[in-house]
Design a protein around this ligand. Structure first.
Ligand SMILES: [Zn+2]
Ligand SMILES: [Zn+2]
Length: 307
């Protein structure tokens, strides 16, 4: 087992899929483990955090860790009521995520653990839980550095640039890359539009593209939302998720060395993901790019030391 790594505990978008047709890539929703020796940071508490919690209960080396949230959609918090370390006094957990204050983060996480939705409230957590200052963009936990940035997804949502030993893994579980393109394209076909305005709109598109790419530039590994096929994306524009074709092009443009397609649509069985993966690699070779393209899969490890 590697010393410094990222491990996928949940790769599915929207809701868990415990179906036999989906289990090769995994049915749990978003949860990422980041380890550097005995330092641990967890991003998101989807259903994947439940087995990670069980693993933490079976070991003695780690008693304190960071828990960061990209945002609070159900698929990113639904494992929290069943995350056993939170109920155990030997653990110290520092939590942060989008919010105007630590109290707001505490309130948001507490909402799903209240009657009549759940019988046990966060007040019964016995771990030493601290809510961190939500204004801090850059965190360090031992050798793990985490830089957050805002992405295109409903509500405030963060991506994280994770650095260990000068290797960068960028994690953007939920983001619609072409968020702004459609409204601009609609205006561009307007016959009334003057040449200056057209130029301005094209410039906006270009600026938007580079501001999206900036936090992902030169990632050794980019883990990014690739939920939809082009056919499904056509009817789901504005929902906050990307078509895998856009994700692949973004990885190439950002100079990523490897790409992990993430937030798999719950309606896509394993064989459909295989097809999507094959197309993604064809796009990369057609563009003559050198990006190793993978499908995120439960249990898969990205070793910082071999990136
Ligand atoms: Zn999600
Ligand atoms: Zn979301």
């Amino acid at each position: 087992m590697a010393d410094n790594y990222v491990r996928f505990w949940g790769v599915r978008g929207s809701y868990p899929t415990p179906f036999s047709t989906h289990l090769r890539y995994g049915g749990n929703t978003t949860c990422l483990e980041i380890r550097a020796g005995n330092h641990l940071a967890i991003i998101d508490g989807g259903s994947g955090i439940i087995p990670l919690g069980d693993l933490l209960m079976r070991q003695q080396d780690i008693t304190e860790f960071l828990l960061l949230f990209t945002h609070y959609h159900w698929d990113h918090i639904s494992g929290m009521p069943f995350f056993v370390p939170a109920f155990v006094p030997r653990f110290s957990i520092r939590i942060t995520g989008p919010g105007n204050s630590p109290e707001e983060v505490k309130h948001i996480l507490g909402q799903q653990m209240k009657a009549p939705y759940f019988p046990v409230e966060t007040e019964t957590w016995l771990a030493n839980v601290q809510y961190m200052d939500t204004r801090i963009d850059c965190l360090e936990h031992g050798p793990i550095k985490l830089q957050r940035f805002v992405v295109h997804h409903p509500g405030t949502t963060y991506g994280y640039r994770i650095t260990v030993n000068d290797k960068h893994v960028v994690f953007v579980p939920d983001q619609e890359l072409l968020f702004i393109d459609q409204p601009i394209n609609q205006r561009l076909v307007d016959a009334e539009l003057g040449a200056d305005e057209k130029r301005l709109l094209e410039q906006m598109k270009e600026e938007e593209k580079w501001s999206l790419l900036k936090p992902m530039m030169d990632a050794h590994a980019l883990i990014h939302d690739a939920q939809y096929t082009p056919e499904d994306y056509a009817s789901k524009r504005g929902w906050g998720h990307s078509c895998y074709v856009d994700t692949v092009n973004c990885a190439i443009d950002a100079g990523a060395r490897s790409l992990y397609l993430f937030h798999h649509d719950p309606s896509y069985p394993d064989h459909k993901l295989d097809t999507l993966h094959r197309h993604a690699r064809e796009i990369i070779s057609a563009r003559g790019a050198d990006v190793a393209c993978h499908l995120a899969e439960e249990g898969l490890i990205i070793d910082f030391d071999t990136l």
